[in-house]
Design a protein around this ligand. Structure first.
Ligand code: DGL
Length: 270
């Protein structure tokens, strides 16, 4: 048994969609959420910048005495996970491997689509892992940057969201995909709209739930699950103020929380 919290970080508030799944799958666990809103977006930044910010985020969560860390951000998982795992002495989980396993389990025709930020698509992490695990799979990837501001504006299922989704996704449909990985924290918020555009023949894969399951399995295997039936108070931290926190909290978690603002750039060496 280990009653310390699980840390989760994202580039901002989109990672609350991952936090939601962790709360669902591991309801006894306490969670410390950190959103790096001061450096958002990660999706358009270099691997070096994303890795630097991600290291700061891990350092912050370690100061909160977490027993494991989930990199909710797909861009950080795709670009920085290996370096984080090599640098820090704490179990660190990304979202890519869980998304890959789900996509491989769901595809029948072995044509898989991956959508994410420019940084995630450029890193090619989903594509590399999918093809390494199944040589018969072919992958079509597409950066869909406008989905992020649409989700944050709450325009998740209106005409503009539909037109944007059609524009982005048509080439993946033409490619013949039957499975589509939602490779960005914000995209599950547009699930209905994306599902309408791609139709019933395409399974939408959200890596978050499977990631939470993997973390739970790891903790169980290491006898590190929280033993107390009483739910602990989750904690939320951001590196800059944003109105989006309460909006996404309500849409995603269906709960209200208050986030404390922290100086993340001052974290190193403290
Ligand atoms: N959280 C990021 C991701 O999942 C999306 C937002 C950003 O660009 O920072 O890739």
């Amino acid at each position: 048994m280990d009653n310390r919290p699980i840390g989760i970080f994202d580039s901002g508030v989109g990672g609350l969609t991952v936090a939601k799944q962790v709360m669902k799958v591991l309801p006894k666990e306490q969670m410390i959420y950190f959103g790096d809103t001061a450096h958002l977006p990660y999706g358009s930044k270099s691997k070096e910048a994303v890795t630097k910010f991600s290291k700061q985020n891990v350092q912050f969560l370690l100061k909160k005495n977490v027993k494991a860390i989930i990199v909710a951000c797909n861009t950080a998982s795709a670009n920085s996970l290996e370096e984080l795992q090599a640098t820090f002495d704490v179990p660190i989980f990304g979202v890519i491997d869980a998304g890959v396993a789900e996509a491989l389990a769901s595809t029948k025709n072995k044509k898989i689509g991956v959508i994410g930020t420019a940084g995630t698509v450029r890193a090619g992490a989903y594509e590399k892992m999918l093809c390494a695990l199944d040589g018969d799979v072919s992958v079509s990837s597409k950066a869909c940057p406008l989905f992020v501001p649409l989700a944050e504006a709450g325009w998740t299922n209106n005409e503009i969201a539909h037109l944007t989704a059609k524009e982005y996704l048509q080439e993946l449909l033409d490619f013949g995909i039957d499975s589509l990985v939602l490779g960005c924290t914000h995209y599950p918020l547009l699930k209905q709209c994306i599902g309408d555009v791609v139709g019933d023949g395409v399974t939408l894969v959200d890596p978050a739930k499977a990631t939470a399951g993997r973390v739970g399995a790891f903790l169980a295997e290491h006898n590190a699950l929280h033993d107390d039936a009483a739910t602990k108070e989750h904690e939320f931290y951001l590196s800059d103020q944003t109105d989006m926190f309460s909006t996404i909290c309500e849409i995603s978690l269906e709960e209200t929380h208050v986030a404390e603002i922290v100086d993340i750039d001052g974290i190193s060496g403290k």
